[in-house]
Ligand binder design. Structure first.
Ligand code: 6GU
Length: 260
């Protein structure tokens, strides 16, 4: 996958040199190109922003510099998918990460200040697939950190990036049996630490009991931390034991409950 990132702070992306993503780049699975937006300015101050029409606080990124930058990065015939991080975008989810992981070429345009002049998205929307994307309901100072988040979420889904040892199939938000179920707690050696014991069932060697216990913990944690996800659990994927536990936690699951 080719990945271009345009930003006034390309230094923000040094984390992409390390760990999983760094190794994917060394292997050539990911081909990352960072670009300094100010390289496409023409004035001595390298101005990228101006005051907003209609008034209001903050500054807006100028369209001309973005147009020159994007034209130059994509070339005459390039057709990447353009992603613009903004708190007013569509939610970035595991599903969107999976969709983006199948694309050959992504271009991230990082805005700062109050955002990029909207005509930039309109202009490229007539030529390329364009998505404005938000990583959550909070406001960051700029899109750079959001892009790091998205690149890591997408990158780990590329073929060969995760070893078999920790594949993405069990992810909480991946399609399948574990969809919308948070992972439960995990433990390693020693069996007792500061007087705290690892749950006995995990030492029992009884795979069936371990699986049941893990599933209970996952359901409990989902009800406690993300009650909004419980409604999205696949009813066909819930057994009698699951339903009883959800009942105990005063969360009934199943189509008969939607009216409550
Ligand atoms: Cl993508 N950008 C900014 N600036 N803030 C955000 C965001 C993106 N997603 C959530 N908050």
């Amino acid at each position: 996958m080719r990945l271009d990132i345009i930003s006034i702070f390309p230094e923000y992306f040094s984390p992409l040199d390390v760990s999983l993503i760094g190794k994917a780049r060394e292997r050539g699975t990911l081909d990352v190109h960072l670009h300094q937006l100010r390289d496409w300015t023409h004035d001595v101050h390298k101005t990228v922003d101006d005051t907003p029409y209609g008034g209001g606080p903050g500054m807006v990124m100028k369209p001309e510099v973005w147009g020159e930058a994007i034209d130059s990065v994509i070339g005459p015939a390039g057709r990447p998918r353009l992603l613009v991080p903004t708190p007013s975008g569509r939610p970035f989810t595991q599903e969107l990460a999976q969709e983006l992981a199948t694309e050959p070429w992504l271009l991230f345009a990082c805005g700062r200040y109050e955002g990029i002049d909207s005509r930039v998205m309109a202009e490229y929307g007539s030529r390329l697939p364009v998505d404005e994307v938000s990583i959550g309901d909070y406001v960051l100072a700029g899109g750079e950190v959001a892009v790091l988040v998205m690149v890591e979420a997408i990158g780990r889904l590329l073929p060969g990036v995760l070893g078999n040892a920790h594949s993405a199939v069990d992810d909480s938000f991946a399609p399948g049996a574990m969809k919308n179920l948070l992972e439960g707690p995990v433990y390693t050696k020693p069996p007792v630490w500061r007087g705290r014991e690892v749950p006995e069932v995990l030492l029992s060697g009884h795979h069936g009991k371990v699986a049941r216990w893990r599933r209970d913990q996952a359901l409990r944690r989902t009800v406690a931390n993300r009650p909004d996800l419980v409604a999205g659990l696949d009813p066909a994927g819930l057994d009698k034991h699951d339903r009883r536990l959800l009942d105990e936690l005063s969360f009934r699951a199943g189509p008969e409950d939607v009216a409550n």
